[in-house]
Design a protein. Structure first.
Length: 384
């Protein structure tokens, strides 16, 4: 196991009714900006609960943060923050709202060009305080210090990380997810699943605790994901999915182990240039990448086949291929297609993906830094 430093500083309030505790965990004198997305929180009663909990606080609202939060929208929010002297941000929504709110928190305290934050997050020296009420389990953004921002005008989708934007608290009430459309449930499950594999399907370092944690998360998502589509108001199912998504990217299973993240980097370019959902790109890239890198990932892929999918018959190569096929089938069972051609994207798009990877400096991807531009093109081709 590699050396690591782990500090899980976000306070989690989990369970039904926890939104009411907002009144006690945000300072009474705070000027709060509630950030949200398309307005579903107004229809499902979540915003009403938030407003009731904060009735004695000074609150403002900023809605319209998009899936794959848009830079220009977030800049408008920064202007709003300055105009209304906001000093606390409350993200109410899913990962995109959370990611966008992290950017707002940092940009509101930065004097230069706000895109500098994306290019080099070390420029972030401070940020507004923020917390979250999660309504879409997927990204794990509620308990980590990362965010992904899209600048559609330039075809960019890039991540930044800073301890200054780590949420102070996260309220996770599974009942807030009951009204989610099926495709958002599916996206969330697949996103959490791939977050886990990015930290698990690398190479062994003797981290048995992290391996077993990761396998538990994968098995839970495999078992509970399809149930959530068929029984959307099953509290136990929703609770387990919600907690799995948070645990998948809060630093715990990644402590002391190598990470891959090439699937995410290759997927981001597809979203930026073609607008696919983030989880759709992950379901496209992961199986292709695993097939291309099966030699380097042999030991962990074999472990994955046996422990997660219960595949014990055949040669090692056959077990690994069966496990990759099982992964594809799971994504398809969740209603997410697994090839670029399913979305009418053909080989003519691959050069533009590669050019963007080069522009973003993503030329040595993977846990061994051995996925260059040429191999990235091979993975994209395998994903057609």
């Amino acid at each position: 196991m590699k050396n690591f430093s782990l500090h899980l500083a976000t306070k989690v309030l989990f369970g039904e009714g926890q939104i009411a505790n907002l009144k006690d965990i945000i300072p009474k004198d705070a000027r709060i900006l509630i950030t949200y997305g398309g307005g579903s929180i107004k229809k499902n009663g979540v915003l009403e609960q938030v407003n009731a909990a904060l009735k004695d606080h000074t609150i403002f609202e900023f809605g319209g943060i998009e899936p794959n939060p848009q830079y220009t929208t977030l800049l408008k929010a920064v202007t709003y923050v300055h105009a209304h002297k906001i000093d606390f941000l409350l993200a109410v929504g899913g990962g995109s709202v959370l990611d966008g709110t992290k950017f707002i928190a940092a940009a509101a305290c930065y004097k230069g060009d706000a895109w500098d934050i994306i290019k080099d997050s070390s420029v972030i020296k401070s940020a507004l305080a923020l917390g979250s009420v999660l309504t879409l389990p997927a990204t794990g953004s509620e308990m980590n210090a990362g965010a992904v921002i899209t600048r559609i005008e330039t075809g960019d989708k890039q991540a930044f990380h800073s301890p200054h934007v780590l949420p102070r608290f996260a309220i996770l009430d599974p009942t807030t997810t009951y009204s989610l459309p099926a495709h958002q449930v599916a996206n969330g499950v697949v996103d959490a699943f791939v977050h886990t594999t990015e930290q698990y399907l690398t190479y062994p370092v003797g981290a048995k605790v992290q391996d077993r944690f990761a396998e538990g998360l994968l098995l839970t998502l495999i078992e509970e994901g399809p149930k959530a589509l068929h029984d959307p108001k099953n509290y136990s199912v929703r609770a387990n999915i919600m907690w799995s998504a948070t645990m998948a990217l809060n630093g715990l299973i990644g402590a002391g182990v190598p990470g891959d993240w090439a699937t995410h980097m290759l997927g981001h370019e597809i979203t930026a240039l073609h607008g696919l959902d983030h989880a759709q790109t992950l379901a496209i890239i992961l199986p292709a990448l695993l097939r291309i890198k099966k030699t380097q990932k042999h030991e962990k892929l074999l472990q994955y086949a046996q422990r997660v999918w219960g595949i014990n018959e055949g040669s090692d190569a056959e077990k690994i291929e069966k496990a990759i096929c099982a992964t594809e089938n799971f994504f398809q069972q969740m209603g997410i297609l697994t090839h670029l051609s399913d979305y009418k994207i053909d080989a003519s798009s691959i050069p533009s993906f590669i050019e963007k990877l080069k522009e973003h400096g993503l030329t040595k991807l993977g846990e061994h830094s051995d996925i260059g531009l040429e191999e990235s093109a091979i993975i994209y081709t395998a994903a057609l």
